[in-house]
Ligand binder design. Structure first.
Ligand code: SUD
Ligand code: ADP
Length: 294
């Protein structure tokens, strides 16, 4: 890595629980959720160039360049750059899309954090989180880079330190439509609000689960299979399901018999985002080379 290039991991997240406490006049739902990162990541490599263009390789199947959240995030920083600077971004995609683990939001946040450095935009984390919110409800938590209790429509974040167990994460073979879940009239929308201390001690449930299972028989089937092996949770609006284990061997034992049709990962919770750990390392070595004043 040089002063003109940086490679960063872009992690997934889990919603350890997701309560819907109400609905606003504009249709958006008021939530209480606990976000924790996990150590499975996409990888983004950024190389600046002396021409005003943003290129991404390879393209994501089914997502045009202009729709790619990486492109949108880079574009949102244009107003804070000089005319003659651009970027080429190499993407290694490992996180499944539309699984409720936030890969797209994470990629957007990683892009904001990287280009803020490489393009010398000098924006604060608060400013980057504000830009991120316009790209997606989950982008700010990835920009801030700490596990968080979220309220409002997901944008009011309080950093927290939940336990960081191992997780068995399973992806049923289907794509859940977030819009369809949030418009279902049978969705639970009246869970009473809880306090942070309660949330950390006792956890909670995912209010989307029943509606997600109803619309997606494959999630229902995977849920019933996993129920034999622990306390199964849905992340976000799905489709991914997870079980927490204190011991990685337990997760491995269960994974050995998972039906072949479902993708799975064994991973660990992280309360600090791997993106921030790598970025701080890069800033440190840049300082050591004398390129940034302390
Ligand atoms: C609910 C969460 C929890 O993490 O689900 P996942 O996407 O992770 O599964 C997210 O906040 C989702 O974030 P994101 O997927 O970026 O949502 P958006 O694009 O902002 O919204 C998609 C659609 O979901 C509905 N929506 C979303 C968030 C919210 N608090 N209330 C809503 O009603 C709206 O109808 C909106 O048009
Ligand atoms: N860089 C990106 N990575 C993943 N998905 C992206 C990206 N850019 C745009 N998208 C779109 O965002 C949608 C949601 O992606 P993602 O954040 O991975 O899932 P989820 O919101 O379910 O956690 C994808 O289905 C895709 O159409």
């Amino acid at each position: 890595m040089t002063d003109h290039s940086i490679s960063l991991p872009s992690p997934a997240k889990l919603n350890l629980f997701l309560h819907i406490t109400g609905q606003r006049e504009d249709g958006y739902h008021e939530l209480q959720t606990l976000f924790q990162f996990i150590d499975i990541c996409d990888e983004l490599s950024f190389n600046t160039k002396q021409e005003r263009s943003i290129t991404i390789e390879p393209a994501i199947e089914g997502v045009s360049l202009e729709e790619n959240l990486i492109y949108k995030a880079a574009q949102s920083l244009w107003p804070f750059t000089s005319e003659q600077i651009g970027v080429h971004i190499a993407l290694t995609k490992r996180l499944p899309m539309g699984g409720g683990i936030g890969g797209g939001s994470s990629n957007a946040a990683t892009t904001l954090l990287a280009l803020n450095q490489l393009w010398n935009c000098n924006l604060s984390i608060d400013q980057l989180a504000d830009l991120g919110r316009d790209l997606g409800a989950d982008v700010p938590v990835f920009v801030r880079g700490h596990a968080a209790f979220a309220q409002g429509i997901g944008e009011l974040l309080t950093p927290v330190e939940p336990k960081a167990p191992f997780y068995l994460l399973v992806k049923p073979n289907c794509h859940v439509s977030t819009g369809q879940i949030f418009t279902d009239k049978y969705l639970t929308r009246d869970t009473p609000p809880i306090r942070i201390a309660h949330a950390l001690k006792l956890g909670g449930k995912n209010d989307c689960l029943e509606v997600v299972k109803k619309h997606n028989p494959e999630v229902d089937e995977a849920f019933r299979w996993l129920q034999n092996y622990g306390d199964v949770k849905l992340t976000g609006t799905g489709a991914c399901l997870f079980i927490a284990y204190d011991n990685i061997e337990d997760a491995k034992r269960v994974s050995a018999s998972i039906p072949k049709k479902w993708q799975f990962w064994i991973c660990q919770g992280c309360n600090v985002s791997p993106t921030h750990l790598a970025l701080n390392q890069w800033i440190k070595s840049k300082r050591a080379r004398g390129s940034i004043a302390d």
